[in-house]
Design a binder for this molecule. Structure first.
Ligand code: KDG
Ligand code: MG
Length: 402
């Protein structure tokens, strides 16, 4: 079998997605997601200018070999643009392999270790009562795990709040907007949110929260302690993710479980975090890690140290990425949870897929390959629209992690 075509499709059914479609001489096609929020065209160009010509004529069945060729062949290692591009290729290759055997990819990865993939949804509200109501809404839909983010008195435009109930999308059209941030004001409200939430929803619901890289290690340790009685499933991205050493301090001061890694793109970004057992969950998904192949390398490393996975699954990862994540989630022993932010109906129409939600779990379905397609005609109706994540400044104007 040989790859005869590699096409990059950019479409924006509500938000921008970069999809790689590989076609083989046998007629089998494969899809991969190369979306990198706010840098979509960089990955698209990396794929079409630097990777597509190298794929033509190659045997798509040699997945590990192609992964190594693209990773080492660039000489320039890692980085979100390179690794998102490699991710797209790797997913498309696994899709082709699955289809060529008439089997869903998880069957080729050793078969399912579980019956369904536990997911968490995103609840948010402008204040604590609104947020509690939003969590209850998710529970009404059957979710067993819910992330809660609340507005902060004195701040407008807080991360995770206020752009829709099911389809929250932080990137906005046009050049990046600026938001004002105060970690002190944020810390005034978050402990109250979770103490009230736990009292309202009872002991059995999994509650999660995302700090989005904004605290110092001391602030994070303080918050982790205040949240211990609310028994969170996890507290995510407490400090800037690239500072692996910060987690030693946080870890030593709180028993609240910690998650990090949505901005990582290789096992080297989290080797200290995992080998020193400084975190409980690693979030780096197939869409960032170099596809199914890369994500499985990280998951296997984490398994050795008792760290579980909790792959990023925000709406800026397309249904192709979600389908790839589910194939991995099903097959690794150290699966923890999967983030599941629902896509808009327009996105679901452009990317018809076999996975579906029931009773708090996602089910991958039995379609061969990844079980997701792209309607290229419909995709053409949604041309690329420049859109960016916001930039944060403290109240005195200093730039701060968003
Ligand atoms: O593009 C950035 C988003 O994916 C990110 O802000 C979402 O932090 C996020 C999460 O946990 O889903
Ligand atoms: Mg996050």
């Amino acid at each position: 079998m040989k790859i005869v075509d590699a096409k990059v499709i950019i479409t924006s059914p509500g938000r921008n997605f970069v999809t790689l479609k590989l076609t083989t001489d046998s007629g089998i096609t494969g899809l991969g997601d190369g979306t990198l929020n706010g840098r979509e065209l960089a990955v698209a160009s990396y794929l079409s200018e630097h990777i597509a010509p190298l794929l033509i004529g190659r045997d798509p069945r040699r997945i590990e070999d192609i992964w190594q060729y693209l990773y080492h062949g660039a000489y320039w290692r890692r980085g979100p643009v390179t690794m998102s591009a490699i991710s797209a290729v790797d997913m498309a290759l696994w899709d082709i392999k699955g289809k060529s055997f008439g089997a869903p990819v998880h069957e080729l990865l050793g078969g399912a270790c579980r019956d369904g993939v536990l997911v968490y949804g995103h609840a948010n509200g402008s204040d604590i009562p609104d947020t509690i109501a939003a969590v209850q809404n998710y529970l009404g839909m059957g979710y067993r795990a819910v992330r809660a983010q609340t507005g902060v008195p004195g701040l407008t435009g807080v991360y995770g709040v206020g752009r829709g109930d099911l389809f929250y999308e932080p990137a906005a059209k046009g050049w990046p907007s600026e938001e004002t941030w105060s970690t002190e004001k944020y810390l005034n409200v978050v402990p109250d949110l979770f103490n009230q939430l736990r009292d309202t929803v009872g002991p059995d619901v999994h509650l999660l929260h995302d700090g989005h890289h904004r605290m110092t290690p001391n602030q994070a340790a303080w918050l982790g302690q205040r949240l211990e009685d609310a028994r969170l499933f996890w507290l995510e991205d407490v400090t800037p993710a690239e500072h692996q050493e910060s987690f030693r301090h946080v870890r030593n001061h709180t028993t609240t479980p910690l998650a990090v890694g949505e901005v990582f793109n290789s096992v080297h970004d989290c080797s200290t975090l995992i080998s020193e057992q400084l975190i409980d969950y690693i979030r780096t998904p197939p869409a960032r890690a170099g596809g199914i192949t890369g994500a499985r390398k990280i998951a296997a490393f984490a398994e050795v140290y008792g760290v579980k996975t909790g792959f990023h699954g925000a709406t800026d990862l397309s249904p192709v990425a979600m389908a790839a994540a589910l194939q991995v989630d099903l097959t690794i022993p150290n699966f923890g949870i999967q983030e599941y932010m629902r896509h808009t109906p327009e996105t679901d129409a452009v990317f018809p897929h076999s996975y579906h939600f029931a009773d708090g779990y996602l089910h991958a379905g039995t379609a061969p390959g990844l079980g997701v397609d792209i309607d290229e005609t419909l995709a053409e109706n949604f041309p690329y629209v420049p859109a960016y994540l916001p930039v944060n400044r403290l109240e005195d104007g200093t730039v701060h992690p968003w």
